[in-house]
Design a protein. Sequence first.
Length: 239
Amino acid sequence: MQLEFHQLDRRWEHLRVHHPSRQRRLLASLADSGQQTPIVVVAADAQADRYVVIDGYKRIAALEQLGRDTVEAVVWPMSEAAAVLLDRSLRLSEHETALEVGWLLAELEQRFGYGLDELARRFDRSASWVSRRLALVEVLPEAIQQQVREGKILAQVALKFLVPVARQSVEDCQRMAVIFAQHHCDTREAGQLYAAWRKGSRTIRNAFWMIPNCFSKRSDRCRRKLRLEPAPNCYAIWK
């Protein structure tokens, strides 16, 4: 069926991480060939002519960019919760980070009242597995999670480095996230900064954040400030 955008309830969109390069490829494909795969929706409870989007958020965004007014959709005849769980089971082959799983688990827990045991049963996992992923969502500040959703910080970087920092100092986590986002750090670069933070004393950590642009590989100003000879990475001083 054809649905207009105003009929769509996008309440699950925040569970998806934005990948700019993939979105550009999708946009080009839709511009060239049109929509080939329908989005998946379920009827919204007690809302006539409204549908909750289960899958297809990237297609919707691309079609809006192209100035389209409608989207091709298929309606699953089941409850919203059942549809979300079925959609995830169909996408198990896709790479999914623990943080993305944590978002989904937290949403199911809050909106549908699922307990740890029920979530563990539905995901065919242990209660401890569920608990660990929910803890990721609870410990990482919401502002940083939003940067992960928008693709400004890699999900793996947030998991490997920002989560353990947040468990010790939310303030340091927020400062580190600013650097990761500003310099578009990959896992290797983020790991080097995290290692410097982990090994440093509180005095060194405080001084570290005060050095302007110290994480930039091309920061001559930083190297002069630290009185370093030209080096690949100015944060080498902390090793």
